[in-house]
Design a binder for this molecule. Structure first.
Ligand code: GLU
Length: 489
């Protein structure tokens, strides 16, 4: 059965997370794609909380979803917090809706109370296994099921055992034989519906036009199609998104592969713009080489038929790279706002003006905001000399300690005599290259170490200028002293 595409109908898409307390990166993609589609088509995007699995329910998880989407800028038009014409938007508040639809099935003789105990079902399973058959409930339908009083699970009685064919906007034309059909549970013995039943009722009542969800739902779709038929409902357009694969590209991405929750990426200082950009690229591209997309560009260019079928490899380094690109695009004032909580403790006393100067220097090098202390602490506090850095440096390790000390002394006096604006300092440094006959790779690296003792620092003249003459002199002196001391030890 093919859903009809009605162009005139307002597009209504939804994100339907289960509040389990952890927002996997793949979940967010299942919010992003339907959101992009709704925004592009002037449609509506709905947030629905699927909390019928009480065993997995985690207190505060809905707030986490709301907060995370809010941070990402994915805004919904209807949802549990803001309401809407099709509410409530939390499944546990919709029990009467499911009962109403369940009653329709009961009235049609298409639902029955499951009379079996756990042990009986286990015996059926064993029997099927011994007969080398897949276990199907429908092979054990009770002849005279008891009247359903809510204490037993209510099962769907699949009306017709047949092959189903359907179209998936991403995966193409699909079909599955009767083995995919079974009498699944509609309402559990705790009175709550299963996902399988509840989402169909909700999508129908909420007038959802497109269901966009993970690939793992494909095997269940024939079951859903038979239920749509039984309920005389037109299925929405369906689209299943490719799996997100672990970095090795071989298996589905799991927590063990280093995939973090959205909250962790946020804490690391990944920008929401970068995360959105990255997630959009997991399984989608616009057919060009473009990698950096603003949200507006994504809204304009997104299309389900450019979503790939094969799994999308999750490459965290690519996320860092993208984040770096996004950090560079920010104005200093914007970046300054975003790094408020990321400064090293030593920066507490520093003025905003000084911090902004530092930010200008490191903006190009930051890949995550959380790298800020590593890249900037020497601007705020006196670094501790670590000669190992020099010993480990390929170029510098070729020089004798005497040569190094002598270079440091020469640099110290040249810098003492220099004006301290960035331009004059550059001239001083260039002259130093000439007088010492050294390459920048040696001389500048050495000065860099001696004034920062950090693995990398921004342009040397700018760095020296911001640290200021007094401190630069003192740091060079300390480098000389500790270098001499190490030598005699
Ligand atoms: N509650 C389901 C989940 O979190 C939603 C699947 C769907 O989008 O229909 O996986």
């Amino acid at each position: 059965m093919m859903p009809e595409k009605t162009q005139s109908k307002t597009i209504r898409t939804r994100f339907a997370p289960s509040p389990t307390g952890y927002i996997h990166i793949g979940n967010v993609r299942s919010a992003l794609f339907p959101w992009l589609l709704a925004r592009q088509q002037n449609g509506k995007f709905i947030l629905r909380i699927e909390d019928t699995d009480q065993a997995r329910f985690v207190e505060g998880a809905t707030e986490l979803v709301i907060n995370t989407l809010g941070w990402l800028g994915i805004a919904w038009d209807e949802g549990p917090d803001i309401g809407g014409d099709f509410g409530p938007y939390t499944q546990t508040e919709r029990k009467d809706h499911y009962l109403k639809w369940a009653q329709k099935l009961i009235d049609k003789g298409l639902a029955y109370a499951d009379p079996y105990t756990v042990d009986e079902v286990e015996a059926f399973r064993t029997e099927a296994k011994n007969n080398k058959k897949a276990f199907l409930y429908r092979d054990y339908r009770p002849e005279n099921p008891p009247t359903w009083d809510g204490t037993k699970p209510l099962r769907f009685k699949v009306p017709e055992i047949k092959r189903y064919s359907w179209h998936d906007e991403v995966m193409g034309d699909l079909s599955a034989g009767p083995e995919a059909l079974d009498d699944f549970i509609l309402i559990k013995s705790d009175g709550l519906p299963t996902y399988n039943f509840a989402h169909i009722v909700d999508d129908a009542e909420m007038d959802i036009t497109h269901i966009i969800r993970g690939l793992e739902y494909i095997p269940s779709i024939p079951k859903y199609l038979s239920l749509y038929e039984a309920l005389e409902l037109q299925p929405p357009i369906m689209a299943c998104l490719p799996h997100i694969l672990a970095p090795d590209g071989k298996k589905k991405l799991g927590k063990r592969d280093g995939a973090k929750s959205v909250d962790e990426y946020r804490t690391e200082g990944i920008l929401p713009e970068a995360l959105i950009n990255f997630l959009a690229s997991l399984g989608w591209n616009d057919g060009t080489e473009q990698e950096i997309f603003t949200v507006d560009e994504l809204i304009e260019k997104f299309s389900l038929n450019r979503v790939q079928r094969s799994g999308a490899r999750f490459d965290e380094q690519r996320l860092s790279w993208m984040n770096g690109q996004w950090i560079r695009k920010l104005t200093i004032d914007d970046l300054f706002e975003r790094v408020r909580n990321f400064w090293p403790e030593s920066a507490e006393q520093a003025s905003d003006e000084f911090k902004k100067q530092v930010l200008v220097l490191v903006q190009d090098r930051l890949k995550t905001l959380a790298e800020l202390p590593l890249l900037t602490s020497y601007f705020f506090t006196e670094p501790t000399p670590d000669w190992q850095m020099i010993n480990d440096n390929k170029q510098l390790s070729k020089l004798s300690r005497d040569e190094i000390i002598s270079l440091l002394k020469t640099a110290q006096s040249a810098l003492l005599a220099s004006e301290y604006d960035a331009e004059s300092l550059q001239a001083t440094l260039n002259t130093l290259l000439e007088t010492t006959g050294q390459k920048p790779g040696i001389l500048f690296s050495l000065i860099r170490f001696a004034i920062s003792w950090a693995p990398f620092s921004p342009a040397l003249n700018d760095t020296i200028s911001i640290i200021g003459s007094t401190k630069v002199q003192a740091r060079l002196q300390l480098a000389i002293d500790t270098g001499l001391k190490e030598q005699t030890e």
